[in-house]
Design a protein around this ligand. Sequence first.
Ligand code: HPA
Length: 234
Amino acid sequence: MTVHIGAATGDIAPVVLMPGDPLRAEWAAGQFLDDARCVNRVRGMLGFTGTWRGHPVTIHGSGMGMPSLSIYANELIRDYGAQTLIRIGSCGAMQERVGIRDVVIAMTASSISTPSRGIFRELNYAPCADYGLLSAAVAAAERGGDRVHVGGIYSADVFYDERPDLNEQMTRHGILAVEMEAAELYTLAARYDRRALAVLTVSDHLLTHEALPSEDRERSFGRMVEIALEAAFA
Ligand code: HPA
C-alpha cells in the first residue's frame, strides 16, 4: 500500500496499461483480462489485475495531466516494481494527414513540463519511447489494419490552451498530436530503467475541428488495449 494506491505488494503485474480514465480501466479489464480483480480504488483511481493469454497484466488509471500520472507511475514503478508501462489514451491531431480514429504511436514527447523543468532547468531533455515496445506496437497496429502514425507528440500542461502560437510551432515542427501525459511517463521510465510507450487514438483535430463520434470511442479504445497488450508481450 502506498499513499495513493491501496494494492497489496504483489497485486500489481510487471506490465501495466494506463488509461487516463479509471472507468476505462474497469471496462478494459472486463473486456480483455481473465480473472480480473480490483486492486485499487483509492480516490476512485481504479486499478485491476488479471491475465491476458496467461500473462499477468494490471490496468490502472493515470488521471489527467502529468502531475496526476506522475503520482501513479512513480508508485507503480518504485513501490510495486512495474517494468513495462503503456499509456493508452486520446489525443488531438496537429497535422492535416493525421485523421480522426487514426492511431498515433509516440516516439518522443515534447513538453513545457512543470514536473521535469525543476530537474533539467535550462536543458531540453528529450523523453523517448522504448524502441522494442514501439516497433512491436507499430507491427500490431498495422496487422490490425489501423491507420498508424509514428513520430513526435506534445504533452501539454493545459487542455484549454491560451497559447495558439505554441500549437502552430508544434505543427510547423512536425508534431503529430497533443495529449497531456506521455512526456512524464517517458521521463520516469528513463529514470528508473523501465520500458514505456504511449499508444493514442485521435479523438479531435486541432486544425479541422472534427471530433470522434461518441459511439466510436469504445471501439477506438479497445484497439489501443489490443495493440498495447500485443506490444507488451511481443
Ligand atoms: N489537447 C490536450 N489533450 C488532448 C486533446 C487536446 O486537444 N485531445 C485529447 N487529449
